[in-house]
Design a protein around this ligand. Structure first.
Ligand code: M6R
Length: 369
C-alpha cells in the first residue's frame, strides 16, 4: 500500500503533482473561468461579505496564513487568519457579513470544529476546506470545498497542505471573479499558471537529491532556523514545523524582517539557516531586503541554505547551498517552495533514525481540545 516507497510520507510527497491537479479538476474551464457552484454560497451572499476569517491548526493554519495574502490582494476584502484554538476565547467580532473559512485535512480537529460552531452561532457563514468526505467539519459548515488529495496517512501533512493552498487560491480567485474586483490580466495569468501548477511541482520533485544529501549532512545539528517574508514567511513556519515533528530538532521560523528585533542574536558559527526567498518579480524591494538579510546572517557565521527562483542571481554570492525552484506568480510560490522543506525534514528524520510516518507523541487527527 506504500506503493514501493519506504514511508507513506515519501509516497504522499511524490503524489503532490496529481493531488494538486485533482483539486483543480473541473473547477477552472478552458477559458479560465472558475466554477465553484458546489460551494453553495450564492454569489449574492459573497458580494456582501465584508470580512474573511480563516481558522485552522498546525499545517492547515500555515495554508491559511498564505491564503490571507492572496485573498486580500485579489479580492480587497480584509482577511485575518487565526489559530482555531485561540479564536473563540477572545470574543471575535463576527456577523452575517463575515465569511469564515475552516481549513482541515481530517475534518475532525476539535479546535477547528469548536471555532466554526462559535462562528455560526454568531451568524457568520462557514466554508470548510477539507480532505475527508463526510467528516464532521464539512457536515457542520454551510458549504465545503473538498481538496481531493486522496487519503493522507503520514502524520506529517504534505499533499494535504499543497491542496489546501490550491483550494484557498481557488476560493480567493472565485470571490474576485464574482465581485469583479481587480479582475484583469494579472489575475487571468495567475489562473492560467495555477491550472498548470502540477508540472512545476513535478519539476521540483525531480531535483531533490542535493537536498537529501544536505539533510543527511546536518543530522548531528541541534537547531535549524527558517526565514521568509511575504508568502514565504508561512512557508518558513511550515518548514520549521515539519522539522520539529519529524526530526525532533529545535526549529524555528521567523519573518526575515524581525531578525534585527531579536532572533539575529541566535546566529552563531555554522548554524544552518534556511531562507525561502520570495520572487524577485513584483515585490523587488522586499527581495532586496531579504538578500541583505542573507548577507547579514552569513557575515555572523550562519550556514545559509537558500531556496530561490530560477534566474534569481542576486542570492548566489551569499548562498552556501542553493536550491532552485521554478518561476511562478508571486503569490503561488509556496506551492513549489514548500516541497524542498518536506523532503529536507523527511530525510533528516530518516538520518536520525526516527519513525517517519508516526512521530512520537503525535496523532494524525487531534479530536480533543
Ligand atoms: O486535520 P487537520 O488539517 O485539521 O489537522 C491540523 C493539524 O493537526 C495538522 O496539520 C498537524 O499540524 C500536522 N501533523 C502537521 O504536519
Amino acid at each position: 500500500e506504500k506503493g514501493g516507497y519506504d514511508y507513506f510520507m515519501l509516497k504522499e510527497i511524490a503524489e503532490q503533482p496529481k493531488a494538486v491537479a485533482d483539486t483543480l479538476l473541473g473547477r477552472i474551464d478552458a477559458s479560465g473561468v472558475l466554477s465553484l457552484d458546489e460551494v453553495r454560497i450564492p454569489p449574492a451572499v459573497l458580494r456582501e461579505v465584508d470580512k474573511v476569517v480563516i481558522v485552522a491548526c498546525g499545517t492547515a493554519y500555515h495554508a491559511g496564513m498564505i491564503a490571507k495574502y492572496a485573498i486580500e490582494h485579489w479580492t480587497r476584502i480584509p482577511c485575518e487568519t487565526e489559530l482555531a484554538s485561540e479564536f473563540r476565547y477572545r470574543d471575535p467580532i463576527l456577523d452575517r457579513h463575515t465569511l469564515v473559512i475552516a481549513i482541515s485535512q481530517s475534518g475532525e480537529t476539535m479546535d477547528t470544529l469548536m471555532a466554526l460552531r462559535h462562528a455560526r452561532e454568531q451568524g457568520a457563514k462557514v466554508l470548510a476546506i477539507c480532505n475527508t468526505n463526510g467528516s464532521t467539519i464539512p457536515r457542520e459548515s454551510d458549504a465545503v470545498l473538498y481538496t481531493h488529495a486522496g487519503p493522507e496517512v503520514a502524520v506529517a501533512s504534505t499533499k494535504a497542505f499543497l491542496t489546501q493552498l490550491v483550494a484557498c487560491y481557488l476560493v480567493a480567485l472565485y470571490v474576485a471573479q464574482v465581485r469583479g474586483t481587480k479582475w484583469g490580466d494579472e489575475i487571468r495569468a495567475v489562473v492560467r499558471e495555477l491550472a498548470a501548477i502540477g508540472t512545476q511541482v513535478e519539476q521540483v520533485l525531480g531535483t531533490m537529491e542535493p537536498v537529501r544529501e544536505l539533510a543527511r549532512s546536518l543530522a548531528d545539528k541541534n537547531t535549524v532556523l527558517f526565514l521568509g517574508r511575504h508568502v514565504s514567511y508561512p512557508v518558513a513556519l511550515e518548514g520549521a514545523l515539519k522539522l520539529k515533528e519529524l526530526a525532533y530538532m529545535h526549529a524555528e521560523g521567523f519573518a526575515a524582517g524581525e531578525l534585527k528585533h531579536g532572533p539575529i542574536a541566535l546566529i552563531e558559527d555554522d548554524l544552518p539557516v534556511v531562507v525561502v526567498v520570495p520572487s524577485p518579480r513584483g515585490r523587488s524591494v522586499l527581495h532586496d531586503k531579504i538578500v541583505s538579510n542573507i548577507q547579514e546572517i552569513r557575515a555572523r557565521g550562519a550556514r545559509t541554505i537558500v531556496i530561490a527562483e530560477e534566474g534569481d542571481e542576486a542570492v548566489v554570492p551569499y548562498a552556501d547551498h542553493l536550491v532552485r525552484i521554478p518561476r511562478t506568480p508571486v503569490l503561488l510560490q509556496p506551492l513549489v517552495s514548500t516541497v524542498p522543506l518536506q523532503v529536507f525534514a523527511c530525510e533528516l528524520a530518516t538520518a536520525r533514525g526516527n519513525e517517519v510516518d508516526q512521530p512520537r507523541n503525535l496523532a494524525k487527527s487531534v479530536t480533543v481540545e
